[in-house]
Design a protein around this ligand. Structure first.
Ligand code: FRU
Length: 326
């Protein structure tokens, strides 16, 4: 018998609409399809920590065996996550964290490292000299805090590089653009922009273009998503100069969830690898993604063929039954 069929997994997502998080959900669904019968409750908090707390409470009322959560901001979600953990319901935090150690497992890249490799990359690219503007994520969200810390730590050893401005783009392109419009004089003496994600990096490039500053200013982002509108395409088209790969961890979150639920061994910290994507390796990454995408399509074709055959088999059974009856 399938042990997994009775489980209900709740997934509380801080925001569901962007490409990165749609990729995360697709990965989860793919992995969930290997556990037919498991229930999956999904809620999108639409960038609101308050809404997210309410949605998690609702999940608790509905009855969940395990919670996966990407907390919008660390502090406001800490209480409810601790409460759930203390009730004995396992909690997997994915990508963003709370301010507490009370969780069962973490899945995602190390955001301090993400900031650090961006700083090191800029240090060598600018040959140790220049002015940098940092466009940060949502204040109080753990990746923004950690990427900022990693970035400034990496730059400590480059004394000729100065962070001349830090603005909050809240992970959103429009907000990044608005904030950069406020610091136009600073942008004129800037050599590079580090944005905490690719959509804000795109916004940064838009503003630099508007000011006709673009060609000599390096722009770095984070995520490096494949496909239309993703960071790989931005790097390939030289809209941005580099992006730090930030895997979504959707698949790993579901495999970890079932390991926990089935009382198998699992690691508390499941750290996914990040790396710099720039013009030197972007083509390779694109080829690899295309290959994975093709394999994915093959799997889906096989699944639909199997379903078709099952239907044919069922209808033949039906005919057999009819024959027996008449
Ligand atoms: C997507 C996103 C990513 C970023 C991550 C940080 O919602 O903004 O672009 O890497 O969240 O949590």
């Amino acid at each position: 018998a399938d042990k997994t069929s009775r489980y209900t997994i709740g997934f509380s997502q801080c925001v569901g609409s962007d490409l990165w998080r749609r990729n995360m959900l697709d990965e989860m669904k793919m992995e969930l399809s290997l556990h037919p019968g498991a229930r999956f409750i999904y809620a999108d908090a639409d960038n609101s920590s308050k809404k997210q707390v309410a949605q998690v409470k609702q999940m608790l009322d509905e009855g969940i065996d395990l919670l996966i959560i990407s907390p919008n901001e660390a502090q406001p979600l800490t209480g409810i996550v601790e409460q759930i953990y203390n009730k004995g319901i396992p909690v997997i935090v994915i990508d963003r964290k709370t301010s507490s150690d009370l969780y069962t497992a973490y899945v995602g890249a190390d955001n301090y490292q993400v900031g650090k490799i961006a700083g090191e990359y800029l240090g060598t690219t600018l040959k140790g000299h220049g002015n940098v503007v940092e466009v940060m994520g949502l204040p109080g969200s753990s990746p923004a805090i950690e990427r900022q810390r990693g970035f400034s730590d990496a730059l400590l050893k480059y004394r000729g590089i100065h962070i001349t401005a830090q603005v909050y783009g809240d992970w959103l392109k429009n907000n990044a653009e608005k904030q950069l419009m406020q610091i136009q004089p600073i942008l004129k003496t800037t050599n590079a922009v580090f944005a905490h994600n690719d959509v804000m990096a795109q916004g940064s490039r838009n503003i630099l273009n508007k000011m006709s500053l673009s060609h000599h200013i390096k722009v770095l982002g984070v995520d490096a998503l494949p496909g239309n509108g993703g960071g790989l395409q931005m790097v390939a088209s030289k809209t941005i100069d580099a992006s730090m790969l930030y895997p979504t961890g959707g698949k790993e979150a579901i495999t970890t969830a079932f390991r926990i639920l089935n009382k198998e061994t699992f690691s508390k910290e499941n750290i996914l690898q990040s790396l710099v994507i720039d013009s030197s390796n972007v083509q390779l990454m694109k080829v690899q993604w295309a290959k994975i995408n093709n394999q994915q399509k093959d799997i889906e074709r096989q699944q639909s063929l199997l379903a078709e055959q099952r239907e044919i088999y069922n209808s033949q059974q039906l005919i057999l039954n009819i024959i027996v009856i008449t």
